[in-house]
Write a new protein. Structure first.
Ligand code: NCD
Length: 359
C-alpha cells in the first residue's frame, strides 16, 4: 500500500514536472528573437578593406580596367610571387570560399584559381564537370549562381556563351570573375599576359606585339588587344584569312589611337616583334571540320622561326598548344609560355585577394 501511494505521488510529480517543462519550452520558443543579419556595419566583415580598388567588384571584361588599377593588380601580384617563393602559403583568405564553375574544359585557369585560393588559405568548391551537377538536369545559369553564392564568397565562371559572365553577375550579389565566355573575353588571362610582358621585358610602352593563329575565335587575343590599347604599342595580327581578328574589336582599339596591321604570313613581321603571342586554332568553335583541317597547321613556330626573331623578345602562348609551337623551341630562353603559366598564379592570387577586400 505504502509502495502504491509512493508510486502515485511520484507519477503526479513527474506529470507536473512534464507540464512545467513543456511550458518552459513553449515560453522559450516564443521568446526567441532573431535579429536580421547585418551586412553593412562598420565592424563586419572583419578586416575587409572596403575602399580597396576591386572590393566586391565583378571581373567581366578588360575594358573595366584603367592603368591605375592595372598597376595596383601587378604590384600585388608581384608581392604574391615573393610571398610564394619565401613561404609558400599564408592565411590572407582563411575561411573564404571560391565556387569554381566550369561549363567548358580547363586545365590552367581552373587549377590556377584553385591553387591561388589555397595558397591564400581559402578553399574551393570545384564544379568542373557540369555533366554531374544540376546543370545537366536543365538548371539555368542564374539559378546555379544564386545557389553557389549561398555557399561561397566569390564565383569563377567559364561558359560557352558570350555574355554569360555578365548574365551571372546580374543575378549574383557576390563577385563573379569571367574565366572565359565563349569567343568573348578572358580577362584574367589578358591580365596575366600583360603581367608576363611587364615582368619579362620591364615595359609595355613602345613594344610591337604580334598575335598569331586563330584570331577570330581566340578569346585570349580579344581581351589582350583591348587591354594593350591602354598602352603605347603597335599590334600585328597574323592569321589564316578565314580566321581574321574581329573588325569590331579592331575599331575599339583604333579608337585608342593604336596602329594595327593584318597579315597572312609571319615572315613579314617576325623581325620587328617584341612579343610573339601564338594561339591555338579553336577546333571546338568550327562548324565545318574540314575547314579546321585546312587551317590547323597554318602557323607553326620552329627553331628556324626563332632565328629570324630579335634576341630580346618573348614567345608567349596561353596554352594548350596543339602543334603551333614545336617542342624544340621550349629550351629557347625567349620561350616564355611556362613562365607565363606561373605568373598566372600570382595574378589570380592578387585578383582574389583584392576582390575579397584583403589587398
Ligand atoms: C585559353 C582559353 O580557354 O581561352 N586557355 C586558357 O585559358 N589558358 C586558350 C585556348 O583554349 O586555346
Amino acid at each position: 500500500m505504502k509502495k502504491t501511494i509512493f508510486f502515485l505521488e511520484n507519477r503526479l510529480f513527474f506529470r507536473k514536472f512534464k507540464i512545467f517543462a513543456s511550458n518552459e519550452r513553449k515560453e522559450k520558443t516564443m521568446s526567441i528573437h532573431t535579429p536580421p543579419i547585418r551586412i553593412d556595419t562598420p565592424y563586419l566583415p572583419f578586416g575587409d578593406m572596403k575602399n580597396a580598388p576591386l572590393y566586391q567588384k565583378d571581373i567581366l571584361s578588360v575594358n573595366q580596367f584603367h592603368r591605375r588599377e592595372l598597376e595596383a593588380i601587378f604590384a600585388v601580384a608581384h608581392e604574391m610571387e615573393e610571398m610564394v617563393r619565401r613561404i609558400g602559403t599564408f592565411d590572407l583568405l582563411k575561411g573564404k570560399i571560391l565556387a569554381n564553375l566550369f561549363y567548358e574544359p580547363s586545365t590552367r585557369t581552373s587549377a590556377s584559381f584553385t591553387a591561388a585560393m589555397e595558397r591564400l588559405g581559402g578553399s574551393v568548391i570545384p564544379i568542373n564537370e557540369v555533366r554531374y551537377s544540376s546543370v545537366s538536369k536543365g538548371e539555368s545559369l542564374p539559378d546555379t549562381v544564386r545557389t553557389l553564392e549561398a555557399y561561397a564568397d566569390v564565383i569563377v565562371l567559364r561558359h560557352p556563351e558570350v555574355g554569360s559572365a555578365a548574365l551571372a553577375a546580374q543575378y549574383a550579389s557576390k563577385p563573379v570573375i569571367n574565366a572565359g565566355d565563349g569567343v568573348g573575353e578572358h580577362p584574367t588571362q589578358a591580365l596575366l599576359d600583360l603581367h608576363t610582358i611587364r615582368e619579362e621585358l620591364k615595359q609595355v610602352d613602345g613594344l610591337t606585339i604580334t598575335m598569331v593563329g586563330d584570331l577570330k575565335y581566340g578569346r585570349t587575343v580579344h581581351s589582350l588587344a583591348r587591354l594593350l590599347s591602354r598602352f603605347d604599342v603597335r599590334l600585328n595580327y597574323v592569321s589564316p584569312d578565314i580566321l581574321p581578328f574581329p573588325e569590331e574589336i579592331m575599331a575599339e582599339v583604333a579608337a585608342k589611337g593604336i596602329p594595327q596591321t593584318q597579315y597572312t604570313n609571319l615572315e613579314a613581321v617576325i623581325g620587328e616583334t617584341d612579343v610573339l603571342y601564338v594561339t591555338r586554332v579553336q577546333k571546338e568553335r568550327f562548324e565545318d571540320p574540314q575547314a579546321y583541317e585546312r587551317v590547323k597547321n597554318a602557323f607553326v613556330i620552329t627553331p628556324e622561326t626563332m632565328q629570324q626573331a630579335k634576341e630580346e623578345m618573348i614567345l608567349m602562348h596561353p596554352l594548350p598548344r596543339v602543334g603551333e609551337i614545336s617542342m624544340e623551341v621550349d629550351s629557347d630562353p625567349r620561350a616564355a609560355y611556362f613562365r607565363q603559366v606561373e605568373y598566372g598564379l600570382y595574378v589570380r592570387m592578387a585578383l582574389l585577394a583584392m576582390v575579397l577586400g584583403k589587398a
